[in-house]
Design a protein around this ligand. Structure first.
Ligand SMILES: [Zn+2]
Length: 93
């Protein structure tokens, strides 16, 4: 029984771990091209498109032109979140 339990834990726990990683990853990797309905929702809720087109941040509404690297710049194009707010939201890597 204990062997079975261990086997179960060995199989199930990594899956759960992967799920949480996926959830985290999903936040970071929302596609830039969105379905019009989602796009509309994001625009209405956060003013995402307007913010990105105007180089401002959806969170703090400050200018968002300086980024630490291409990953952060890409993240901005996706989410409209400036470097400072990205650091606050995702942590500094
Ligand atoms: Zn910001």
């Amino acid at each position: 029984m204990e062997v079975l339990q261990n086997a179960l834990f060995a199989t199930v726990l990594p899956l759960i771990d992967n799920c949480s990683k996926f959830e985290h990853g999903a936040i970071m990797t929302i596609p830039t091209t969105k379905h019009p309905v989602i796009e509309n929702f994001l625009e209405k809720t956060f003013g995402r498109t307007t913010a990105i087109e105007g180089d401002t941040c959806v969170f703090c509404h400050k200018e968002a032109t300086e980024f630490r690297n291409e990953i952060s710049r890409k993240e901005y194009k996706i989410s409209g979140i400036c470097q400072a707010c990205q650091d606050e939201t995702f942590g500094v890597d």
